[in-house]
Write a protein that binds this ligand. Structure first.
Ligand code: C2O
Length: 565
């Protein structure tokens, strides 16, 4: 038998055995202009397959997802599958200029990846400029057939996508801000499944409605797809039981409010156990930064019981917009489901200790321009005094794979160059600390290195809760608190038994969080603030994880249709 025939037979046998439990789920995304009527006016947006939110993708753990993206819009596009591990498939991760050059108007790219060792709610979104404002949707991973949830099976599952809406072209909003160095205009509304709800003008018939049956249980898959705001979410008179966050199971946690930062997902069970009637569900901002303007409005939808004749729904009492105690209570009470499906024990031996400051700052206004920012300068942001800039000629992952130097520099520091009293309000206008250099500085990690990061918020300009997201990995959240991290006493409170597992951590406002992960995936993995406004300012860095010793720990070559720059 020829060697080739033998290999083909082996390959088809392998394929047949994996087909038994896993499927290939294939979709086409047509990204193009869509005209929608919201808040009394018509707006042209960029959308996938003519809907907002875009299509919900449903797979089972073990499946392969194949999405053909056709860019029929006027803008460059990439799509990111937020929270997907992309084990050995970094070419499909999607952040613009990090893992790929953008799909230019008129061209296409096929994202192909396996969904393994994770289940729950994730989502997909554009990862170039501000387009994720309207280019987003749910990605739901159910257990393999024959496997079940580690909680009672709900009667129905419902995606709840919380979004943010501008009465403007979001690309114009961003470009205008970047031209002057100021902050972009705030949104005009929040939305539930694309609808603002009846507290906004002309939106009476733009209210999301969920019909429920008395006594039945519903799994709400809540996704914060907003750009720049953390949100409180409540349903009048109904308790929610959190069972999963960021596609990682949790110990059931009963609450009457969910707090969620951009990028995060929260799965909750609710039972229709209240008197037959109608109840508002609502989302309102958690704005942690004192003095920073934000969209202070509330979106709401209606939970209506079958047979209800109630004329007006009951409205939940929302927390105050600066209610940090409520936010902290929610975030810090979540625990992971140790021993549950896909549970990974906490790494105990640490190879890389990092202490990373996160916060905003300034960049020089430049020339004889006038800038509206503080001290007449431009807004900027940094991690460890490095303000991240995307490369322009070649994506970082291509530079990694083809060994091209000069695209990024492997010198991201393990600690800030200057130590200071990070959360002391007196340093907030210290000009010697506010200006940080621009760079494309990355942290290089050996394959399988274990990493601990203390994320420390700073008071530069203003303290703020930054939702920090890492691509390619989930991490354990060992502890979080306020003020400056104390390396002597805080480790005593690390949860090494059942910490929550996330892909996005809201670092407490004027505080810190400690996370750990194992760098078991070669490639380039972006780490950044998921408040979209902070990304072009530079609140980011990347991990470059080297290949391991075997083919199974080596990044394969890029697909043939990877977009060219
Ligand atoms: Cu949800 Cu880098 O993003």
């Amino acid at each position: 038998m020829s060697r080739l025939l033998f290999l083909l037979l082996c390959a088809s046998a392998l394929l047949a055995s994996s087909m038994a439990s896993a499927a290939i789920v294939e979709h086409s995304f047509h990204v193009k202009n869509l005209t929608l009527r919201r808040l009394c006016s018509e707006q042209v947006i960029t959308a996938v397959n003519g809907s907002l939110p875009g299509p919900t993708l449903r797979v089972r753990e073990g499946d392969t997802l194949v999405v053909h993206v056709f860019n029929e819009s006027p803008y460059n596009i990439t799509i990111h599958w937020h929270g997907i591990f992309q084990k050995l498939s970094g070419w499909a991760d999607g952040p613009n200029m990090v893992t790929q050059c953008p799909i230019i108007p008129g061209s296409s790219y096929t994202y192909r990846f396996k969904v393994i060792k994770q289940e729950g709610t994730l989502w997909w979104h554009a990862h170039v400029s501000t387009l994720r404002a309207t280019v987003y949707g749910a990605l739901i991973i159910r257990p393999r057939s024959g496997h079940s949830y580690p909680f009672p099976k709900p009667d129905k599952e419902v995606p709840i996508l919380l979004g943010e809406w501008w009465n403007a072209n979001v690309i114009d909003v961003e470009n205008q801000a970047l031209a002057t160095g100021g902050a972009p205009n705030n949104s005009n509304a929040y939305t539930i499944n694309g609808r603002p709800g009846d507290l906004y003008p002309c939106s009476q018939n733009q209210t999301y409605t969920l019909k429920v049956e008395n006594g039945k249980t519903y799994l709400l898959r809540i996704i914060n797809a907003a750009l720049n705001n953390q949100l409180f979410f409540k349903i009048a008179n109904h308790k929610m039981t959190v069972v999963s966050i960021d596609a990682s199971y949790t110990q059931p946690y009963i609450t009457d409010v969910v707090v969620t930062g951009p990028g995060m997902t929260t799965d909750v069970l609710i039972t229709a156990d209240q008197p037959v009637g109608s109840y508002y569900m609502a989302a309102s901002p958690y704005a942690s930064a004192p003095g920073v303007p934000f969209d202070n409005t509330t979106t709401r939808g209606i939970l209506i019981y079958e047979g209800s004749t109630a004329p007006t729904p009951i409205m939940p009492l929302m927390p105050a917009t600066n209610d940090t105690p409520t936010a902290h209570k929610f975030y810090s009470n979540l625990t992971g489901l140790a021993g549950g499906p896909h549970w990974v024990p906490v790494p105990r031996q640490i190879d890389e200790h990092m202490f990373v400051t996160v916060g905003v700052g300034l960049a020089p206004c430049g020339g004889n321009a006038t800038c509206p920012g503080p001290f007449g300068q431009r807004f900027s942001a940094s991690m460890n005094n490095e303000s991240f800039q995307l490369p322009t000629g070649l994506s970082m992952l291509q530079a990694f794979f083809f060994n091209v130097s000069g695209v990024y520099t492997p010198n991201f520091p393990d600690a800030p160059p200057v130590k200071f009293d990070y959360t002391n309000a007196n340093i907030s206008s210290d000009l010697s600390l506010l200006f940080t250099p621009k760079s494309t500085s990355v942290k290089v990690l050996k394959y399988n290195a274990t990493v601990q990061i203390v994320l420390q918020n700073t008071a530069l300009l203003a303290v703020e809760n930054h939702p920090i997201h890492i691509h390619g990995f989930n991490f354990h959240v060992l502890a979080q608190g306020f003020g400056n991290y104390d390396p002597v006493n805080d480790p005593k409170n690390f949860n090494l038994v059942n910490p929550p597992v996330r892909n996005t951590i809201g670092v407490p406002v004027g505080g810190w969080a400690v996370i750990r992960f194992t760098a078991n995936n070669p490639g380039v993995w972006f780490m950044h603030c998921h408040l979209d406004v902070h990304l072009p300012w530079g609140l980011a860095t990347a991990f470059v994880v080297q290949n391991g010793p075997t083919p199974g720990s080596t990044l394969p070559p890029p697909p043939a249709d990877l977009p060219k720059c």
